[in-house]
Design a protein around this ligand. Structure first.
Ligand code: SF4
Length: 358
């Protein structure tokens, strides 16, 4: 688990029109084997100054959602329906030229792998300065000055000298910082970070997450943080969205979702990760089975083939009736509040012979 300082800054009051609003988003890819429903009716809002965490296994639709927001999805063979509005502007129907202007300027992305995101042929400084020149019309000299300033801001020592280094001359942590500098050089109002610290050791990971929060405090940007690490989520985000099979299955303020999770899939995610209070010999409990094929998702609740609580709901309801996610805090599950409390209490009860809880 990553140790980052908890943010005590009070969240801004929600406005009537959310800064980023995603409504009933569907993303489908046509492949030789059929139509893949990568995102299946997703809705969420994000305000300026807030951080939304999105968690879920591989293939749950997290990254596809973010690529759709940025307009970076493969356009051929992709069908997008629903709406994505950023500061009141509809993005799903915006022409590529308009999206290109917004990317880097109003919205930017930090990718997981800095080696592939940075070109080996250009200096780090040039790769930070170029988008700044493009979006602001700054001179080469001013853009270079800005690149040095950004490298300094993200904690690269001797920034004035290192600005002329090539990416291979940087360590992994420094490259990731350089990529963050590149993403932030135009002060984007929306920052999407897709597993930004996965490849880094825990110390650098904590520094980078602190850096993102510091920059957010300075600029008031909205951040979407995609991760599989619930430790990172607990210390970094304000709100949490849990995704499964292209759908949101639970959402709410992060403390509420992690403190009293309401969906069996969230219970499974929490049970499959180590915790500081676990006994060292306490085994992790993986979620049985595998995520469903998005070519032929199961009817009813998409989690039912892996869920241990189908019988408690009773009848065929889980297999035939799709549970909807209620507005605000909630979980897309047919279990009653009483059944959830009982199931959660059973999971948290100490096991015989073990001091820890799960
Ligand atoms: Fe499990 Fe049924 Fe709830 Fe789906 S709706 S998570 S199958 S109990």
């Amino acid at each position: 688990m990553t140790a980052t300082s908890p943010d005590t800054t009070p969240p801004p009051a929600p406005s009537a029109t959310p800064f980023l609003s995603v409504r009933d988003l569907h993303v489908r890819f046509t492949t030789e084997d059929g139509v893949v429903k990568a995102v299946d009716g997703l809705s969420f809002d994000l305000e300026r100054g807030r951080t939304l965490g999105i968690v879920g296994e591989s293939g749950s639709g997290k990254s596809v959602t973010n690529l759709a927001v940025l307009g970076l999805h493969e356009r051929r063979g992709t069908e997008i329906t629903g709406t994505i509005t950023l500061d009141g502007r509809e993005l799903t129907t915006a022409p590529e030229s308009a999206l290109e202007k917004l990317r880097g300027n109003k919205m930017a992305m930090i990718f997981q792998d800095s080696l592939t995101a940075l070109s080996p042929y250009y200096t780090v400084g040039r790769q930070i300065a170029e988008p700044y020149r493009k979006h602001t019309g700054a001179s080469r000299r001013d853009a270079r000055r800005r690149a040095v300033e950004m490298l300094d801001k993200v904690g690269i020592p001797n920034a004035a000298r290192r600005v002329d280094d090539y990416p291979h001359q940087f360590s992994g942590g420094m490259r990731q910082r350089a990529m963050i500098a590149m993403a932030l050089v135009c002060d984007p109002e929306l920052l999407i970070a897709d597993e930004p610290t996965t490849a880094l050791d825990v110390t650098v990971q904590a520094q980078i997450l602190d850096l993102l929060k510091d920059l957010q405090r300075q600029t008031g940007s909205a951040i979407v943080l995609v991760t599989h690490d619930l430790g990172v989520v607990a210390h970094t985000v304000d709100d949490l969205l849990v995704m499964y099979a292209g759908r949101a299955v639970e959402r709410g303020p992060v403390r509420e979702v992690l403190g009293a999770p309401g969906h069996p899939y969230t219970w499974g995610l929490l049970g499959s990760m180590p915790r500081l209070t676990s006994d060292v010999d306490e085994p992790l409990v993986p979620i049985p089975g595998a995520p469903p094929s998005l070519l032929t998702p199961p009817p009813g609740c998409p989690f039912h083939p892996r869920c241990a609580h189908v019988a408690e709901v009773g009848g065929d309801r889980c297999r035939t009736e799709r549970p909807e996610l209620p507005a605000g805090r909630g979980a897309a599950c047919h279990l009653t509040p009483g059944q959830r409390r009982t199931a959660l209490a059973a999971r948290l009860a100490p096991r015989p012979g073990r001091g820890g809880t799960r």
